[in-house]
Design a protein around this ligand. Structure first.
Ligand code: CS2
Length: 481
């Protein structure tokens, strides 16, 4: 038996399920990147909204690359289980807010048409850092082959840029107001970043369209937070045993969830504050706190964990040396956060410590280690450069960069994790040159600290940390910090 609309009634009473009529809802949101994170986060918030009777805010979930999510969920009428895990407890909620699934490469027109529908008022994104196709300066990488392809054939897009701009152009031609674009990726100023790359793409299509996107389309920023480990076969079996039926792709998560959104939705929005979302005028302080204190230490735990043989975040965090390192990094980064924004950093880090220690999550360090070149600029480098600007020591964050480089080198075959810049990084790392040359080449390939007057100094600090790791080993180098 498989989870679906018809089998819902047979679920055990302990499993929460949609109590509203899904067939009476319409998609008001198109989401690009309908992966596990979206299903544990935005879709869970929207589930509350639909359960409260707001029928116009179901989600059409689109995948820009693969069809695996659609393949798993379509036979289940879009339903899936969210397993909320903590210590020994696991709560199962069946989520119904995603009512349609589209796989963009199979039928780009279906997605453009859906996005052009006047009923759609928000397009949300979780496409990961690399899909924004930024260059080292943070602008659009106009030379990227996919951008060139989307400019050559704008009616059959493949990039998020191509889809958003084509749909906005069609709405404009039809006299339909633009949707609001809401990035939910872990990027600094994710709204402004999205506006920059989307408007640049629109300008390349047509100057007037570029101006329209720049001036008429809203791109609020948002900070999203929920830890979502990749689902394993063991998770599938355990969830099936409790459900009494199969779910091809349940999503694992923690009890904690947070969403802070800039309140700028000219086309309208759900009554989000009723469902736990924090609506603010400026999300920057929350975003910086999360990127640096959570994601920054997450990446640190990931690379140190990989090097010290710790498979999961909870195992790595249980290692006193790693935990101590995380605690001092928190201190290093807290001083870079705005002091007057009302952030409660001690409460935040205390909760983070509890979240990292959640053994039920089994969040693999290899999962977080992916895509370091795209993540470390906003997670580690930005705060480090700010510390340098103030004359503060940076040996601990330089150590994270050195641990990243060491972990990339030590990945093995097949590699435990990957990076979109692997084809540029692998030759640098396998050459095994002296520390300073290696670090400088990695910084250049990844565009790290590009344009900063402290770039050379950071390269030197990272090279010193790398030399210590090579000489003494990670554990001793960590202890010597
Ligand atoms: C993690 C994030 O995989 C990663 O890089 O740091 O996905 C993290 O779990 C989320 O941002 C938490 O909100």
């Amino acid at each position: 038996m498989r989870l679906s609309e018809v089998t819902l009634a047979q679920l055990p009473a302990t499993v929460r399920r949609p109590g509203y009529d899904r067939s009476a809802t319409t998609p008001g949101i198109v989401h690009l990147g309908v992966g596990a994170f979206h299903r544990a986060h935005q879709a869970a918030y929207m589930e509350e909204c639909l359960a409260a009777g707001e029928r116009g805010w179901a989600i059409l979930g689109a995948s820009l690359r693969r069809g695996d999510t659609r393949d798993a969920l379509e036979p289940q009428d879009g339903l899936y289980t969210l397993a909320i895990r903590s210590g020994e407890t696991e709560r199962l909620d069946v989520i119904g807010s995603i009512t349609r699934l589209v796989v963009a490469p199979e039928d780009p027109e279906a997605l453009v048409t859906a996005m052009a529908d006047p009923a759609v008022r928000i397009v949300t994104l979780t496409v990961t850092e690399k899909a924004y196709l930024r260059n080292a300066e943070g602008g659009l990488d106009a030379a990227h082959p996919e951008i060139a392809a989307d400019l050559a054939d704008s009616a059959r897009p493949r990039t998020l840029h191509g889809f958003i701009v084509e749909a906005l152009a069609r709405r404009r031609a039809a006299g339909v107001a633009p949707f609001t674009v809401l990035s939910c990726d872990n990027l600094p100023n994710n709204g402004r970043t999205t506006r920059r790359v989307i408007a640049a793409f629109a300008r390349l299509r047509d100057a007037d369209l570029g101006r329209f996107v720049e001036e008429e389309v809203a791109f609020p920023s948002s900070m999203v937070d929920r830890i979502v480990p990749a689902t394993t076969d063991a998770d599938r079996s355990r969830v099936a045993a409790t459900l009494g039926m199969d779910d091809a792709w349940p999503v694992m998560t923690e009890p904690f969830m947070q969403w802070v959104v800039e309140d700028h939705f000219p086309a309208g929005r759900p009554d989000w504050e009723r469902f736990g979302v924090t609506m603010v005028a400026d999300v920057t302080p929350y975003e910086e706190m999360k990127l640096r204190l959570l994601n920054g230490t997450h990446s640190s735990i990931a690379y140190l964990g990989q090097l010290l043989g710790r498979e999961t975040v909870a195992e790595a965090f249980a290692d006193p040396a790693i935990r101590r390192f995380v605690e001092v990094l928190w201190e290093d980064f807290i001083v870079t956060l705005p002091a007057d924004a009302g952030l409660d950093t001690s409460d935040y880090t205390a909760r983070l410590a509890e979240r990292y220690a959640n053994t039920a999550l089994r969040h693999r360090t290899a999962q977080i280690a992916n895509d370091g070149s795209q993540k470390l600029p906003q997670r580690i480098v930005a705060a480090t450069l700010e510390r340098m600007e103030r004359g503060l020591p940076v040996d601990r964050s330089a150590f994270v960069l050195a641990a990243w480089i060491t972990a990339l080198q030590a990945r093995g075959t097949p590699p435990a994790f990957t990076d979109p810049l692997d084809s540029a990084l692998t030759p640098i790392l396998s050459a095994g040159g002296p520390e300073e040359a290696t670090v400088a080449a990695v910084f250049k390939a990844a565009g790290l600290a590009a344009g900063s007057s402290h770039r050379e100094e950071l390269i030197e600090a990272t090279a010193r940390a790398l030399a210590a790791i090579r000489r003494d080993g990670v554990a001793a180098a960590l202890a010597g910090l």
